[in-house]
Ligand binder design. Structure first.
Ligand code: FAD
Ligand code: FES
Length: 273
């Protein structure tokens, strides 16, 4: 990070890959490496427009380039989606703690993603695939509203092909191209056959999905301390100063954004924006 934490590192925009009608993956090369842990986030600046927080979707073992998968939703993301290769962009960070990958070693990891929520989880998946010997099994459950909204379809076969990794996908509403599973993502958890005591759950997606994933896991016998949720709030500074992102005493920018459910379960606003 530069000495002035508000000053971004400039970055070239190398490639833009459309994923769905509203989501694109941006591959960028910062002027100096930006090492990050899976789950940490950066503030991405579009000069003249503003900045917004995003979690890289690429492997944390690569620090010279970074991929970020972005849903078009407002001013900064509209500007990003309108860009062509070149840039320039700015990057601040990384911020937050990242996923507790060391704590999960020797256990099963159940990764549950919804919609664009698979993007931050993809950096965790890269990490797990690169360290599979350190984990028992990895199960990926992914859901999207409809087939055209599924991210990374070209990766599914590869992910399902790793030893001790399973990949399951469902859509809420099928179309004529879809012959896979239909139903919300929590229906995939019904087939789950891991030893629950030996498993951590990591989930990212819309808040309503996180709430139901949490309820389903608790009903199945998981303890709150086994469940990690990516809680995305509006953020500004990124390091605990502006007070925009807290749940109770927890600042999601510095204590999260992936938080153990045990830490937030007693706060009524945990699942509201
Ligand atoms: C730690 C973190 C990681 C994130 N990672 C990703 C990612 O990998 N990919 C991705 O597509 N998005 C991600 N987001 C969400 C992303 O930051 C917002 O979509 C973005 O800030 C919208 O900026 P905008 O200027 O385009 O929209 P604005 O013009 O600011 O707002 C447009 C709409 O989006 C809502 N909005 C703004 N910020 C957020 C937010 N943080 N969460 C939910 N709704 C919001 C606004 O209320 C408004 O309705 C992440 C958010 C956080 C906090
Ligand atoms: S974003 Fe400023 S305190 Fe968290």
């Amino acid at each position: 990070m530069p000495e002035n934490v508000y000053k971004p590192i400039m970055a070239d925009l190398l490639e833009i890959k459309p994923e769905t009608p509203t989501i694109k993956t941006f591959r960028i090369a910062p002027e100096q490496p930006v090492p990050f842990r899976a789950g940490q986030f950066v503030q991405l600046t579009v000069p003249g427009v503003g900045e917004a927080p995003f979690t890289p979707s690429s492997s944390p073992s690569v620090d010279k380039e970074m991929e970020i998968t972005i849903l078009r939703t407002g001013s900064v993301t509209d500007a990003l989606h309108a860009m062509t290769n070149g840039g320039p962009l700015g990057v601040r960070g990384p911020f937050g703690k990242g996923y507790p990958t060391e704590k999960m070693e020797g256990h099963n990891v159940l990764v549950v993603g919804g919609g664009v929520g698979l993007a931050p989880l993809r950096s965790l998946l890269h990490y797990l695939f690169e360290h599979l010997d350190d984990y028992k099994r990895v199960a990926i459950c992914y859901g999207a509203r409809e087939p055209s909204e599924l991210l990374y379809r070209d990766c599914f076969q590869q992910w399902a092909g790793y030893d001790n990794v399973s990949f399951d996908v469902t859509v809420d509403v099928p179309d004529e191209t879809w012959d896979g599973k239909v139903g919300v993502v929590t229906t995939l958890l019904e087939d789950f056959d891991f030893d629950i005591a030996q498993t951590y759950v990591v989930s990212c997606g819309p808040l309503i999905m996180l709430r139901f994933v949490t309820l389903t896991c608790l009903n199945a016998g998981f303890k709150p301390e086994q469940i990690y949720l990516s809680m995305n709030r509006k953020m500004s500074c990124g390091f605990g100063k502006c007070g925009r992102c807290n749940i109770g005493p927890f600042y999601l920018c510095k204590d999260g954004p992936d938080v153990c459910y045990d830490k937030i379960k007693d706060y009524k606003d945990a699942f509201s924006v």
